[in-house]
Design a protein around this ligand. Structure first.
Ligand SMILES: Cc1cc2nc3c(=O)[nH]c(=O)nc-3n(C[C@H](O)[C@H](O)[C@H](O)COP(=O)(O)OP(=O)(O)OC[C@H]3O[C@@H](n4cnc5c(N)ncnc54)[C@H](O)[C@@H]3O)c2cc1C
Length: 383
């Protein structure tokens, strides 16, 4: 227990030395893309054909994991299954059959003790392992792997998912009930690039709730776990390969995903599925700074301590929220610009959160790259 706490980001901070250990250098802060997305050797937009039924989006993560297992690259996969009787909660697993790997697909938008299964892998003497996790998991794993002898002989490959706004289990049902018209039938939820939350229900219908129409209550920083609001690795930059959808322009018909290959091992994973992917270059315009500047003052304000009363009513009616989301889909940032917008927005939000709510941890938690982004927008003068 003490050993794993030693490897926690609250103890070691984000990136910095760990990034140097993985890549031999830290990200180049003069390269605006690397500053935000981390070190990569290849980035692309890809669609898995056919998409994997039941996956969170296109299913590239699960397909890669399955292929790595089938090819004997790894003996087991540290991942999550859905908890029994829950569409959203998770149970950590060490998947050692194709069926168990397939069953790990899909999102579990709650804090998850994923790395517990490392212990099973160690006890079973596995020599090669794939770990699929969020940025905090991969940070802890990288440090633990280097710091202690347990896993030193194990060859570990990692697939990272982008992750933000995870929810504590104890709070999940309350949050879902504030977002969805029918929380009891909701079986899948995702914050998408069209400025809406998509909630799929058990009858197959998809409810869309514009971000702008969420209740004010959900702007309360107390809703989200402290760890997630102190996160500075949205894009999982210590993984061998990150698979998300952030920079893929939204299209409901083909489930485009965004792949960021970071290491040689990540390239080997991508090669295993390349023939099943329709790959293309990133699209969209990079500049979204005026959009970030417009939303930043409100973001800073929301993170300020002191406010205790939050209205349970929607900030604006659904119809108006849809109108705004529709407009932003036309004139707002898209593709790579949306990925930059979302990264900058969350960096600013988390910078202010740590500054206001955990000032004693500011120097440990906030990496240089985040300070550089915040400087670009002159945020420090306002918070
Ligand atoms: C809370 C949360 C927020 C996210 N926000 C974004 C975002 O803003 N932008 C973006 O591009 N992507 C985001 N993602 C990642 C996204 O949901 C998909 O996982 C990713 O795009 C891969 O899709 P897929 O269809 O290939 O995944 P699948 O093939 O379905 O595989 C998903 C893998 O992720 C694992 N997983 C699911 N939930 C968790 C969890 N809580 N902790 C650790 N592992 C988990 C699953 O067990 C599975 O192995 C988020 C994920 C989470 C959990």
């Amino acid at each position: 227990m003490q050993e794993s706490l030693q490897s926690c980001v609250f103890h070691n901070g984000w990136l910095g030395e760990l990034e140097r250990r993985v890549f031999g250098r830290e990200r180049n802060q003069n390269d605006p893309e690397e500053l935000r997305f981390g070190i990569t050797r290849e980035r692309c937009i890809s669609t898995l054909a056919p998409p994997l039924e039941g996956a969170q989006w296109g299913g590239i993560v699960t397909r890669m994991a399955t292929r790595a297992f089938e090819e004997g690259l790894v003996e087991g996969v540290v991942t999550l299954h859905h908890a029994p009787d829950s569409n959203f909660f998770s149970t950590p697993v060490l998947a050692m059959t194709r069926g168990d790997i397939m069953a790990s697909r899909g999102n579990k938008p709650v804090l998850s003790p994923l790395l517990r299964s490392l212990d099973s892998a160690y006890r079973q003497g596995l020599q090669s392992l794939l770990v699929i996790g969020a940025g905090c998991h991969i940070h802890m794993l990288r440090d633990f792997h280097d710091r202690y002898p347990y896993l030193r002989d194990m060859d570990i490959t990692t697939i990272g998912i982008p992750c933000v706004d995870n929810i504590d289990r104890s709070n999940f049902n309350r949050v879902l009930s504030r977002i969805s018209r029918s929380p009891a039938t909701a079986c899948h939820m995702e914050f998408m690039q069209d400025f809406r939350i998509h909630i799929r229900h058990t009858d197959g219908s998809v409810e869309k709730v514009p971000f702008f129409s969420l209740p004010e209550e959900l702007s309360d920083p107390g809703i989200f776990p402290r760890a997630c609001l102190s996160c500075f690795d949205y894009l999982n930059s210590l993984s061998d390969i990150t698979v998300g959808y952030l920079a893929a322009e939204f299209s409901p018909d083909d489930k485009k995903q965004w792949i960021l290959v970071r290491t040689q091992k990540g390239a080997a994973l991508l090669d295993l599925v390349r023939q099943e992917l329709d790959c293309s270059k990133e699209t969209g315009s990079w500049d979204c700074s005026s959009f970030v500047r417009k939303t930043a003052p409100q973001t800073v304000e929301q993170m300020k301590p002191g406010k205790t009363e939050y209205s349970p009513d929607r900030k604006i009616p659904l119809w108006l929220g849809h109108l705004m989301a529709g407009m932003l889909n036309l004139i707002g940032p898209k593709g790579i610009g949306f990925a930059r917008y979302s990264t900058d927005y969350h960096t600013i939000r988390h910078y202010c959160y740590v500054k206001y709510h955990q000032p004693d941890l500011f120097d440990t938690l906030v990496p240089d790259y985040a300070k550089a982004i915040v400087r670009e927008y002159g945020i420090d003068e306002h918070c």
